[in-house]
Design a protein around this ligand. Structure first.
Ligand code: HEM
Length: 514
């Protein structure tokens, strides 16, 4: 008999339930309903838990009272703007956000920023949330404490004055080659064009030749340069959590693998060249030679992979920051002809009118105005606005707040560099503030956080200033450039570092001397 056709409800509920004939379709849907209600209850409980955890961690810090379920402020982190960051910094010395349930504490004051940089027992750099996946978790930059100090001690030998002198010659020659190409292109099409990508290419070419000299082929250098953009665009504060094929992080990891293979090959080639008694011509050669020196104290055995990972960490740390510094250097000089005139005056004095002569370190030492300009340009538009760290344990950052273990804790550099007490007219480009030893800028070196602070402070800071200064000095004597200003020239876009939104449109021509 088909029970579904006629259901008889017994008059007395005393009948055992098992005897009630339940239609098969109703049975399935009530099971489905149970599942549905259970799932909804679990989801609801998880969402409530998510909010409670967020509020528990945030405590009294400024920040949204509720977090958007699951994704939090993911949309903001995909499209970060300087305006939003400034709003966040202005909301308090410490403030909180959450993205994909990663709890983030932002520190805006100089004291808190320095405290994070200088508390290696509580916090370690994590670069971005996916930084370890892109760089590889065994990269030396993730070391901490004594092992980090010892590793860095060896790497410091790559930035001695003697080594910088060798690099300067390479930088000078690559820069001139690129400028000749820029001018050729400009002769064919004299319209103003964005220098964003050509400046990135110049920077990548310079880095690869300084690091690897002729141990890297043209084809390999081109492949690294072409693929590097995939790494840049993956450097969001927090990425989609899984590095699945097609995601930005996945593509960045593939680009890193390709770069590492070429850099390993370069390391092996340098070892062979140095063993055969060749003269050091690049950073790798300097490194191999230093390790062979009987007077060298410390580790001597670095595998090709380890050397490649160090060079990759340098590329990773410098490509975006240097490109940003260069582009704003060009834009600032174009927008301040009076400052460009002073740079040219100094070049004239130091180079004595001979613009073909390669620039030496001694000549650079004699260019204080140029160095002041670079320092100021990096202050006005610091390439890196903040440096993500991770709290390795509960971090009592202030008397009334402890950053929960596992959270991101981010020292912000921008507010210290735009503090009006230290830098009057903070948004204005005033190189002279660095030429007066008594100025508040020079009296407060703790505020100059362009290169971070503490044990992980940028190892390439002198290299960086020297390279940007050299490029701008060569540009000042070899080219004229006119900035085609647009409504977005002064607006900032953040793609890992800061760039003018319109890519900085320049009209280039060979220098017409007065
Ligand atoms: C304008 C250019 C540059 C800027 C603004 C810049 C800025 C920074 C900042 C803010 C940090 C984090 C410091 C901290 O956590 O305290 C850093 C770290 C680092 N930078 Fe740079 N940097 C630049 C160029 C370079 C260059 C050219 C190199 C290498 C040739 C380099 C290599 C590194 C490395 C390896 C670290 C990590 C150091 C460690 O963990 O011990 N940077 N940089």
């Amino acid at each position: 008999m088909d029970h579904s056709a006629s259901v008889k409800i017994p008059s007395s509920t005393s009948s055992p339930l098992s005897t009630i004939p339940i239609p098969s379709f109703l049975g399935a849907s009530s099971k489905g309903a149970t599942w549905l209600y259970t799932t909804l209850a679990i989801v609801f409980a998880l969402l409530a838990l998510e909010q409670s955890v967020y509020r528990y961690k945030k405590r009294h810090l400024p920040g949204a009272a509720w977090t958007i379920p699951v994704i939090g402020k993911f949309a903001d982190s995909l499209k970060p703007t300087l305006e939003n960051y400034i709003k966040q910094w202005e909301s308090g010395a410490l403030s909180a956000v959450s993205v994909f349930n990663i709890f983030i504490v932002l520190a805006s004051t100089n004291d808190y920023a320095r405290k994070i940089f200088n508390s290696p027992t509580y916090a370690e750099p994590c670069l971005t949330h996916s930084g370890k996946q892109i760089l590889r978790p065994d990269n030396w930059v993730f070391l901490n404490g004594k092992v980090h100090v010892e590793y860095r001690r060896v790497l410091n030998t790559l930035f001695t004055r003697k080594a910088l002198g060798t690099y300067l010659r390479i930088m000078d020659s690559i820069t001139r080659t690129h400028f000749a190409r820029w001018l050729d292109e400009a002769a064919k099409d004299p319209s103003a064009r964005p220098i964003m990508m050509v400046a990135r290419d110049l920077n990548m070419d310079t880095s690869l030749r300084v690091f690897c000299g002729s141990h890297i082929s043209e084809a390999a250098a081109k492949e690294i340069c072409d693929k590097y953009w995939r790494i840049t665009v993956a450097l969001e504060l927090v990425n989609f959590p899984l590095a699945l094929p097609g995601t930005k992080v996945y593509r960045a990891i593939q680009a890193r693998k390709a770069a590492l293979a070429h850099l390993e090959h370069a390391a092996a080639s340098s070892k062979l060249a140095m063993a055969s008694g060749a003269e050091p011509e690049c950073m790798l050669d300097h490194w191999v030679r230093t390790l062979q020196d009987p007077a060298h104290k410390g580790r001597r055995d670095f595998s090709d992979t380890e050397m490649a990972m160090v060079l990759f960490s340098f590329l990773f740390a410098s490509q975006d920051a240097m490109s940003s510094g260069l582009i704003y250097g060009f834009q600032h000089l174009a927008d301040h002809p009076e400052i460009l005139a002073k740079v040219r005056e100094e070049q004239e004095r130091v180079r004595g009118g001979d613009y073909e002569k390669p620039v030496t370190l001694e000549m650079m030492d004699d260019m204080p105005y140029l160095r002041a300009l670079v320092k100021e340009s990096l202050r006005v538009k610091p390439p890196v606005t903040m440096v993500p760290y991770r709290a390795t344990k509960a971090f009592p950052i202030s008397d009334d707040y402890t950053v929960p273990a596992g959270s991101m804790v981010i020292p912000s550099l921008y507010p210290s560099l735009h503090d009006p007490e230290v830098f009057p007219e903070p948004a204005s480009l005033i190189p002279d503030r660095w030429l007066d030893p008594e100025s508040s800028a020079n009296q407060n070196p703790r505020n100059y956080l362009v290169f971070g602070a503490g044990p992980h402070k940028c190892i390439g800071n002198e290299y960086a200033v020297m390279n940007i200064a050299l490029v701008l000095a060569d540009a000042a004597v070899l080219m004229d450039w006119e900035h085609h200003r647009t409504p977005t020239s002064d607006k900032v876009q953040i793609i890992a570092t800061l760039f003018p939104q319109d890519g900085c449109l320049l009209k280039l021509s060979p220098r017409q001397k007065a």
